[in-house]
Design a protein around this ligand. Structure first.
Ligand code: BES
Ligand code: MN
Ligand code: ZN
Length: 493
């Protein structure tokens, strides 16, 4: 939980008082803070460059036990994400073995052109909430714990004005941490049924209608592609439906998320080096579930449904094979060229089902779909595909707003022939390696009918090996802020 306070910084009792600092500009007005910053900048090891920090203990006339200065870098280069990062760094450095507390001072001086104090406050709240996560659940000795209390210090007027924005930010960020926790769970603790129940349980707490379809119901819906991918696992597939239906809603947004709880590759088994991390292959599903939950918490006037196919792609005598031909729920037949191109198969059934069942005005899927997308855009940027330019631009802008970056990718019609099959309506892979992310997106587009649709490939940004300013090593929760912002933007359309 995060709270706002307008108490004077010198009088605040806390373990750590965090102060963002620009080396070249006084971004705080309070005389005391300015004096501390002058002293801090006189320490040779602290130049207030981006990411630098300096802790001073027991300063005179301060109630806080420790003042932590966090560098933002020169004012001209400071963005909202600099504030997110500074807050995240401040919080991560304030954590310890017990559940502690910290107070972050929101700058009230000359923060330069373009950034409003309202936006800076929200960005700092985001960085703080996202940084306050300690995923060491499986360690017998806890090394760090999340802080039990975080406060943001600002003036009384801004405290009053920011309550609603803070509530919204808290909903989005706590949901993001939930998505991270689901992705970080090892595959032996998240079979499709277990994960469906975990997600449904979290959703029900916020008044969302939840339905879990088991393998029999999936069979009755003739979802041959989803069943084929699940056939090799001892843990049968599930289809999770999350429906947020507020009164007086105007139209539906459908979110579809890839939920492969472990991707061994199937009979086209992944080699050592590629298989180890494949518990994260449900990150799209996690982002979708978390976004529906956050949206319900903020009381959007928009119907939002989440459709999450959950399945484990494994090897056994019952596993589906290369050369098999399966029939998706919309009647289309698919020749399996490679069992490791399983994400597009389960999304085919889920997209066709979502389009037919909910007739949404917009449908967006999110998936850790291709290694090729990581080759193209690296580990920090998601691939964004849509035949609808306006929808693509809207999502692109949402990504800039929340700093979950997307890059528009093409859907060239003449590449469609790469999916041709001699025997069936299509194949699930192309003949070669090139353009793998595009080929996968074109495959998905075969199952969206006339629905306005976009696809976001998050194979790169779903997971970070190293810590970042507002993220521990591991799952990033990428996509939750992006989808929540996108839903909010679509609501005004
Ligand atoms: N889950 C993988 C994609 C992936 C790769 C996610 C790296 C996260 C990190 C997906 O199911 C897959 O195996 N894709 C294949 C497709 C190929 C067989 C056409 C790939 O990218 O190699
Ligand atoms: Mn795969
Ligand atoms: Zn996969």
């Amino acid at each position: 939980m995060i709270k706002l306070t307008s108490m004077e910084p010198t009088r605040i009792q806390t373990e750590t008082l965090v102060i963002p600092v620009c080396p070249d500009q006084a971004i705080h007005r309070a005389k005391a803070i300015r004096a501390w910053i002058r002293q801090a900048l006189a320490v040779p090891t602290f130049q207030a460059k981006k990411g630098e920090d300096l802790a001073r203990h027991h300063l005179p006339d301060v109630k806080a036990s420790r003042v932590l200065f966090v560098g933002l870098g020169n004012q001209a280069d400071v963005t909202l994400d600099s504030y997110r990062q500074a807050a995240g760094t401040g919080i991560r450095l304030s954590q310890h073995a017990a559940a502690g507390d910290a107070v972050l001072v929101v700058p009230d001086g000359d923060t330069g052109a373009g950034l409003t104090r309202d936006d800076i406050l929200v960005a700092m709240a985001e960085g703080a909430l996202l940084g306050n996560h300690a995923p060491n659940h499986y360690k017998s000795e806890h090394q760090t714990r999340p802080l039990k209390s975080i406060r943001l210090q600002t003036d009384a007027a801004l405290v009053r004005k920011s309550q609603i924005a803070l509530k919204r930010t808290t909903a989005v960020c706590t949901s993001t941490l939930m998505a991270r926790d689901w992705v970080n769970l090892p595959a032996n603790e998240k079979s499709p049924d277990q994960l469906a129940r975990l997600m449904a349980q979290a959703a029900r707490r916020h008044g969302i209608k939840t339905t879990i379809l088991d393998e029999k119901k999936i069979g009755a819906l003739k979802m041959g592609a989803l069943l084929a991918v699940g056939a090799g696992s001892a843990h049968p597939p599930r289809l999770l439906l999350l429906e947020y239906h507020p009164p007086k809603a105007r139209g539906t947004i459908a979110l579809v998320g890839k939920g492969v709880t472990f991707d061994a590759g199937g009979l086209n088994l992944k080699p050592t080096g590629s298989i180890e991390l494949m518990k994260i292959d449900m990150a799209g599903g996690a982002a979708v579930a978390a976004s529906v939950i956050a949206t319900a918490q903020t009381g959007a006037r928009q119907r939002v449904v989440g459709v999450i196919p959950l399945v484990e792609n494994m090897v056994s005598g019952d596993a589906f094979r290369p050369g098999d031909i399966v029939r998706a729920t919309n009647g289309r037949t698919i020749e399996i060229g490679n069992t490791d191109a399983e994400g597009r198969l389960i999304l085919a059934d889920a997209l066709a089902y979502a389009a037919k069942t909910y007739r949404p005005r917009v449908m967006i899927d999110m998936a850790t779909l291709t290694g090729a997308c990581v080759v193209a855009l690296g580990e920090k940027i998601a691939g964004l595909f849509s035949p609808d330019d306006a929808l693509r631009d809207l999502i692109d802008q949402a990504g800039r707003d929340v700093y979950e970056r997307c890059w528009p990718m093409p859907l060239p019609e003449d590449y469609r022939e790469l999916l041709k099959s001699e025997l069936a309506d299509m194949r699930n892979i192309g003949p070669g390696r090139w353009g793998g992310a595009i080929v996968a997106a074109l495959f998905l587009s075969e199952f969206t009918g006339k629905t306005r649709w976009a696809h976001i490939d998050i194979a790169g940004p779903a997971y970070h090996k190293k810590a970042s300013p507002y993220g521990q090593p591991g799952a990033t929760g990428f996509g939750v802020r992006l989808l929540c912002r996108t839903i909010a933007a679509l609501q005004t359309q």
